[in-house]
Design a protein around this ligand. Structure first.
Ligand code: FES
Length: 144
């Protein structure tokens, strides 16, 4: 997909734009008041600003606020739909990735399953408190 902003002096409708700037991942880009953040990014050759859990790049899909494919962090607030958010001068957009979060969640799930299995084995295989102490230790306990 390609998108550009028609310069106001070339636009037959005779509009006058009020410029604004937005910072995306530390890079300043230009837009005009009235654009959404998504349109500012698209007009600046940034078609993707999110990574899905499967690693694919995401940007605008529906463009009307339904799919949530276009979410990013805006001024520190995560999961903002850029297709619905009017751009404001000085906005800071940070791209988002669910890949690391998904990997972390999977790792946490595997760890918790492993812990649960270990606990289950300990409760079923574990000797009783009396059996856990060797006969020689029992003797020393008696002596001590
Ligand atoms: S592109 Fe679908 S919610 Fe923004």
């Amino acid at each position: 997909m390609s998108s550009t902003v028609i310069p106001p002096d070339s636009d037959p409708v005779g509009r006058s734009d009020r410029p604004l700037s937005v910072v995306i991942d530390g890079t300043e880009v230009q837009g005009v008041h009235g654009q959404t953040l998504a349109s500012v990014l698209l007009a600046n050759d940034r078609p993707h600003w999110r990574t899905a859990p499967n690693g694919t790049a995401r940007g605008v899909f529906c463009g009307i606020g339904i799919c949530f494919d276009c979410v990013a962090t805006v001024n520190g607030v995560p999961d903002i739909r850029l297709c619905r958010r009017p751009a404001r001068d000085g906005d800071t957009v940070t791209t988002q990735s669910r890949v690391a979060a998904s990997a972390d969640r999977r790792a946490a799930l595997v760890a918790s399953e492993h812990q649960a299995e270990t606990m289950r084995q300990r409760t079923t295989d574990a000797p009783s408190a009396h059996e856990a102490v060797s006969p020689s230790e029992r003797t020393s306990e008696v002596r001590g």
